[in-house]
Structure formats: structure tokens, C-alpha cells
Design a binder for this molecule. Structure first.
Ligand code: FAD
Length: 483
């Protein structure tokens, strides 16, 4: 009988332990291999994918199909609860062996555990591996044997392990035995692509989903930006970061591959500033998964329980203005529009838009998390909620509540010429650098020459900076007086 290989968040042929094991076993047994992807939004507590990620997934599955075709492996698409879809595929194909790489969300773990038990009881061998992480969440513990809550000690313990995880080579391309035909959904029928309006034009322009696109981005980054990464990574006006996050989201590239390529690019000098700082960011991704695994409710519930009682002032109109990039704070509006147009936002700007939303505007962090979930091409079940909780101050290793970003000072520091704002907020394109982050301070003549009419062509600030700051400090202080 053919072997089965279940692709999930590991849509790549290289450094993919399940794929490598399945190809090796099929070759040895002189049998065929059927790969499948199950689009599952019906299993209990599964979180439906956001719009931008669906667009990405459509392209990514297309690219994976082409990668697999070189081996003669069909990619079967099925929709429905995995607990039904997978056993039915096993029955249809008569397969006795199934390969997959692990997932880390509680609901997914529950499904995988039950399936493994069910299939094993029916004599089907299930082999699971790790394609997604440098360090499994249960591999590292504090001195007290507990999960980590703070990044630095986590990374101190995890980094030496991470540094030793060599990627698996991609199996040499060879045509396996021909697989029997199995019914498959048509990808188009899943409706992942926008119809009208077509909001994906900016996404198509910005990205090349798929493992080849991921490798190209990695090479480009290593050649042009690794060395200066530590000094320039906070600058949204420069192409200073890797842009690998959406490729990592569905595992078109794995962290072991990134680590090894970085090591090679800097000739083993991983402790130099650029490579050290870049690999540390990969560490934050690992830490997010560590948190998600040990505290599975992080997408909806604050890690610090006292935040359950926080007096958020949820307001639809305020949230809308933020979502549309119409807050009147240029760096924030630039970020929100970059997000809408490209599905991605620079990390520093994510922190600024998040801080304005939850602190100055007192909107619940979950509302920001959900908007990001729907609009980011890298929307990640671990990094998105963990980062939002960090911004809101209710997370594990969070920013202290009294650290409230000032979007004007931050803009002046990290977008000194205002080029980032000019690019994404064209209404301000002709504002001089001295006022681009605070157009309300510009003399009338400057505004007139720049063609800016505050309150008409570009909004006035939706809240005064010190008013918002004082209000937030009072609310947060009431909750965390001890800090
Ligand atoms: P690089 O600077 O090139 O970093 C390399 C890789 O390291 C990234 O691709 C990413 O996988 C990882 N990484 C970097 N910074 C972080 C971080 N702070 N936390 C976790 N991993 C990190 N990242 C996501 O991948 N998905 C999300 O849904 C997400 N939501 C976020 C929400 C908020 C409010 C904030 C503040 C940050 C969020 N991040 C998220 C983290 C970070 O902003 C992005 O990973 C980063 O901007 C991606 O760009 P890059 O690939 O060029 O990063």
C-alpha cells in the first residue's frame, strides 16, 4: 500500500523530517507516497485562518504541489475535521504508515493525540517529528523544573541546544512509484483568494510564497542586511530585516535552515553583533511557542490574571480609525496602512501601533490581536498573541505598564527623514522631516506648502498625547500598583 504524508505547517521539501522519512521509507519499500493537506476549521476549538493567511496558503500549497510533483508525489487536498478526514484517507488508500510534523496549539495537539491513538489501535504506524522549532517546548525548564516566563533565561538555556540542530538535507529528487489516484478538492474551491474587491494586489507585489521564495529571501537578507542587522533592525524606512516571517508561518523554511545558513554566511562568527541579534529574534519565536505550549489560552486570556478585570473602553469607532490608519499619528497610520496593503508591518511599528491602541486608546489588546490575525500574512498562533500580551503588559515577559511609547519621539528616532511615513501616508508626502511626525505643530505656511489641511486631508490626532498617557497610567497603575 502507499504511505501517507500529512503536510500542516511544514510546506517545504528541505529540512522536513516527516517528508525525509516518508521518502526514505517509500524508496526502501518500493512503494508510493501520497501527500495531503487538510483544511480544518471544524475540529473543536480550531481558530479559523485570517484572510491574508488564506491568500498566502493558496499560493503556498500551489508551490508545494510543484515541489512534490518532481518526486511524483501527488498533493491531495481535503476539507473537514481531521478526525474524520484522516481515517477516511487511510481507509481509501489502505495505507499502513502515516508521517507528520508536530503542531503546538492545544486544540491541534488534542486532535493529533487522539488520531495517533486511534490509528495505532487499528495497526497504522504514525511517526511524528519536529520541523517547526529549534527547541521543543518541553526540552528546556527553569532551575525549579518549570516552564520559562522570561525571555533572557529561556534563551540562555535554549540557545546552546538551538546552535546544535543541523537541518536535514532535502531528499535527492527521484521519481517514486506511481501513486494510486485519490480524489482531491480543487484549491480554487476553498475560496482563499479575494474576488471583489481584490485586496491582494499589494500582497502579490510584495511576496513570493513557497519554499523557493523563502530561500531567495533568506539569501538576499544574508548578503545585504545580516551584518548591519543589529544597528538597523529598528528602522522601518530601511530594508533591514529578513521578511522571513510569513515563510516561517507555514514552514516554507525552517528555523534550523535559517540558523545554519546564517552560520555559514558569517563564517561561524555567530557571536558578532549582526548574527547574534538576528538569531536572538529567532529565539523570540521559540519563546512564543514555549509560552503557547505551556499556556495554551494566550490568544484570548491574559497571562497575568489580574488583567481579566482591566477597565478597557472598547469603542468601535476608535478601533475602526486605528484599523484604517486614520489616528492622526503619522507613524501609526503608516504602519496600519503598510499592514493593509502588504500584509506585513515592521516590528518596531507593530509595537508602536499596539501601544497606541491599548494604552492611549484603552482598547482591549484582543481587538488588536484579532485585526492582526486577519490582516497579517505572518499571523502566527504563538507570536501574535504573545507579542500583543507583551505590548499590553499582561504577558509573561512584558513591557512594564508605565512604558508608554510616544509615537512622535519614536517616529523621529526610527524614521528620521520621515521616508516611511511618506511612503505609506501619501497625504503627508510633501511634509518636511521636521514636522512629518507632528504635523499639528507645523506653521500654517508649512502646512499650506505641503498641501496638508489637518482635519480634512489628514486627521487631527484622535487623542492628545499626554491626555492618553495620563489616562493609561492611571488605569494601569490601579491594576499593578506593586510595580
Ligand atoms: P526579522 O527581524 O528578520 O526576524 C527574523 C525572524 O525572527 C522573524 O521572521 C520571526 O520569525 C522571528 N521574530 C522576530 N521578532 C520576533 C518577535 N518579537 N517575536 C517572535 N518572533 C520574532 N511575528 C510573527 O511571525 N507573527 C505574528 O503574528 C506576529 N505578531 C506580532 C504582533 C505584535 C503586536 C508585535 C509587536 C510583534 C509581532 N510579531 C509577529 C513579531 C515580529 O514583529 C515579526 O516576527 C517580525 O516583524 C517579522 O519580520 P521579519 O521576518 O523581517 O523579522
Amino acid at each position: 500500500p502507499p504511505l501517507l504524508l500529512w503536510f500542516r505547517n511544514d510546506l517545504r521539501p528541505g529540512d522536513n523530517p516527516a517528508f525525509a522519512a516518508a521518502v526514505a521509507t517509500a524508496t526502501e519499500q518500493k512503494t508510493s507516497l501520497i501527500a495531503f493537506y487538510c483544511h480544518d476549521e471544524t475540529s473543536p476549538s480550531f481558530r479559523p485562518l485570517g484572510g491574508a493567511v488564506r491568500w498566502w496558503l493558496h499560493q503556498s500549497l500551489t508551490a508545494l504541489g510543484a515541489d512534490l510533483a518532481a518526486y511524483g508525489i501527488p498533493l491531495v487536498l481535503r476539507q473537514g475535521a481531521a478526525a474524520t478526514v484522516v481515517p477516511s484517507l487511510v481507509t481509501e488508500t489502505g495505507a499502513r504508515q502515516l508521517f507528520w510534523n508536530r503542531r503546538y496549539e492545544a486544540a491541534e495537539i488534542a486532535v493529533d493525540t487522539a488520531l495517533k491513538a486511534d490509528l495505532t489501535a487499528r495497526g497504522v504506524q504514525v511517526a511524528s517529528s519536529n520541523a517547526a522549532l529549534l527547541v521543543e517546548p518541553w526540552e528546556v525548564k527553569t532551575g525549579q523544573g518549570k516552564p520559562f516566563q522570561v525571555f533572557s533565561p529561556f534563551w540562555k538555556t535554549a540557545r546552546p541546544l538551538a546552535a546544535n540542530r543541523a537541518p536535514l538535507p532535502q531528499p535527492p529528487v527521484q521519481r517514486l512509484s506511481e501513486a494510486p489516484a485519490v480524489a482531491s478538492d480543487a484549491l480554487a474551491a476553498w475560496g482563499f483568494l479575494p474576488t471583489r474587491p481584490d485586496w491582494a494586489a499589494g500582497l502579490r507585489e510584495a511576496w513570493t510564497p513557497g519554499s523557493a521564495g523563502a530561500q531567495a529571501r533568506l539569501s538576499q537578507f544574508l548578503m545585504t542586511a545580516l551584518k548591519s542587522y543589529a544597528d538597523r533592525r529598528d528602522r522601518p524606512d530601511l530594508p533591514a530585516t529578513s521578511g522571513l516571517s510569513p515563510h516561517l508561518r507555514f514552514g516554507e523554511i525552517g528555523p534550523r535552515q535559517i540558523w545554519a545558513a546564517t552560520d555559514l554566511a558569517c563564517q561561524g562568527q555567530l557571536t558578532e553583533r549582526g548574527p547574534e541579534s538576528f538569531t536572538r529574534e529567532l529565539g523570540w519565536r521559540e519563546f512564543s511557542y514555549h509560552l503557547l505550549y505551556h499556556q495554551p489560552q494566550i490568544a484570548t486570556r491574559p497571562i497575568r490574571a489580574q488583567f481579566e478585570a482591566f477597565p478597557w473602553q472598547a469603542d468601535e469607532a476608535v478601533l475602526r480609525a486605528w484599523q484604517k490608519g486614520l489616528t492622526g499619528y503619522p507613524i501609526v497610520d503608516a504602519g496600519m496602512r503598510q499592514l493593509w496593503q502588504t500584509g506585513w508591518m515592521h516590528n518596531r511599528v507593530r509595537m508602536l501601533v499596539g501601544s497606541l491602541l491599548v494604552k492611549h486608546l484603552l482598547q482591549p489588546w484582543q481587538a488588536g490581536e484579532e485585526w492582526f490575525w486577519d490582516t497579517l500574512v505572518d499571523a502566527d498562533p504563538a507570536s501574535n498573541p504573545a507579542s500583543w500580551q507583551w505590548v499590553a503588559g499582561c504577558g509573561a515577559d512584558a513591557a512594564p505598564y508605565f512604558r508608554i511609547f510616544n509615537p512622535v519621539l519614536q517616529g523621529e528616532k526610527f524614521d528620521p527623514e520621515g521616508d516611511y511615513v511618506r511612503r505609506w501616508v501619501p497625504e503627508l508626502a510633501r511634509m518636511p522631516a521636521a514636522f512629518i511626525h507632528k504635523p499639528w505643530d507645523a506653521p500654517t505656511l508649512v502646512l499650506r506648502e505641503a498641501g496638508v489641511q489637518l482635519g480634512h486631508t489628514y486627521p487631527k490626532p484622535c487623542i492628545g498625547l499626554s491626555e492618553g498617557r495620563d489616562r493609561a497610567l492611571a488605569a494601569f497603575h490601579a491594576l499593578s500598583p506593586a510595580e
